[in-house]
Write a protein that binds this ligand. Structure first.
Ligand code: PMP
Length: 362
């Protein structure tokens, strides 16, 4: 049905969405079946939209096995607003919060928390951020208001392959770039947030999953729109939610179910990432940025022998239909972002390109 050619899109986010999701959105764009209006034109207070947002929440709960006692919120402002909302709501006066610092996004989260209250750095892997710390390296304060960490470091290509044990202290996670890349045990967390534009939906939507007991901490002086409790009470419709992004998320979740759920998508993701890492490990020509134990399955970062070759690699890859491989400026080199919807055929095309490029330039 799609007549145009689609390239392989390795962008870190906004990122590739499943083709069949785009096709369905295209089919239904002028009129949602049985509704006679576009999702772009519909009232968020209408019955058809109720069905979309409620279905989205039900699918999220079923896919991730979200226990009762957790609220699911569809917010705006990106993960970046959560850097502020988390401490504004959870960092009770007189307490400090523990932050595990594993990259630029953790650093930004720390910066915002410090505007609100006291922060302790429980561990940091700066300045190079080639790995995440092990549990034994964490200096956790048993009296902390919460522990915050970033599950996957989009820029550096590192990922936690365990959930830190914070004991009784509430655990908060920024899962923006690996949410639903595999199963997640929500019961280990007090709050999970994710900007949706990598694995879940287009930009403009932020998913928050918050445990009910966290809501009591919010100071009553906090502006209304920043209070989690207000969004819980109003079922994410205190104001107009991003209806289109929520609709797309619903389609993405249906696609995920069709893939076999989170365990199945995790196996696919592992296979895709392993193929690129195998290519990196095969030769000295490519050097992975992340230490092996900390390698991300979502963002694979690697360098070439010179910056000149890196530029050439990026240019030639783009010309070959492999787009978005230039790494973040703070790391340099290449970054292949291979989220859930990124096709395995694109990974095969990349590894073949890597081999060919090395043969010509190595
Ligand atoms: N956290 C992580 C791990 C990210 O990758 C990003 C975006 N790349 C952000 C936070 C910021 O997200 P947003 O742009 O939605 O504010």
């Amino acid at each position: 049905m799609t007549t145009m050619t689609r390239i392989f899109n390795f962008s870190a986010g906004p990122a590739v969405l499943p083709l069949e999701v785009l096709e369905q959105a295209q089919r239904d764009l002028l009129s949602l079946p049985g509704v006679g209006m576009s999702i772009l034109e519909i009232s968020h207070r209408s019955k058809p939209f109720d069905e979309v947002i409620e279905g989205c929440e039900a699918d999220l709960r079923a896919l991730a096995g979200i226990p009762d006692g957790y609220h699911v919120l569809f917010l705006q402002g990106g993960a970046s607003l959560q850097f502020s909302m988390v401490p504004m709501n959870l960092l009770t006066p007189g307490q400090t919060a523990d932050y595990i610092v594993t990259g630029a996004w953790s650093q930004k989260a720390v910066k915002e928390a410090k505007r609100v209250g006291g922060v302790k750095i429980a561990a940091t892997t700066e300045p190079k951020f080639t790995r995440v710390p092990a549990q034994r390296e964490l200096t956790l304060d048993p009296n902390a208001a919460y522990v915050h960490y970033t599950t996957n470091n989009t820029i550096f290509g590192t990922e936690f392959h365990y959930v830190p044990d914070a004991g009784p202290v509430p655990l908060v996670a920024d899962t923006s770039s690996d949410m639903f890349s595999g199963p997640i045990d929500v019961s280990k967390f007090a709050l999970i947030y994710a900007g949706a534009q990598k694995n879940l939906a287009p930009a403009g939507l932020t998913l928050v999953i918050v445990r009910d007991d966290m809501l009591a901490r919010t100071p009553s002086t906090l502006p209304t729109m920043l209070q989690y409790g207000v969004h819980v009470e109003n079922k994410s419709m205190y104001n107009t939610p991003p209806v289109f992004a929520i609709y797309i998320m619903r389609l993405v979740l249906a696609w995920l179910v069709k893939q076999g759920g989170l365990a199945a998508i995790e196996a696919q993701n592992a296979r895709k990432a392993d193929k690129i890492y195998a290519e990196i490990d095969r030769t000295e020509f490519y050097r992975g940025h992340a230490e092996k134990d900390s390698r991300s399955r979502m963002n694979v970062t690697f360098r070439l022998p010179t910056e000149e070759l890196e530029k050439k690699f990026a240019n030639e890859a783009t010309a070959a239909g492999l787009d978005g491989l230039k790494g973040h400026r703070s790391v340099g080199g290449m970054r292949a972002s291979i989220y859930n919807a990124f096709p395995e055929a694109g990974v095969d095309a990349l590894t073949q390109f890597m081999r060919e490029f090395e043969r010509k330039n190595g």
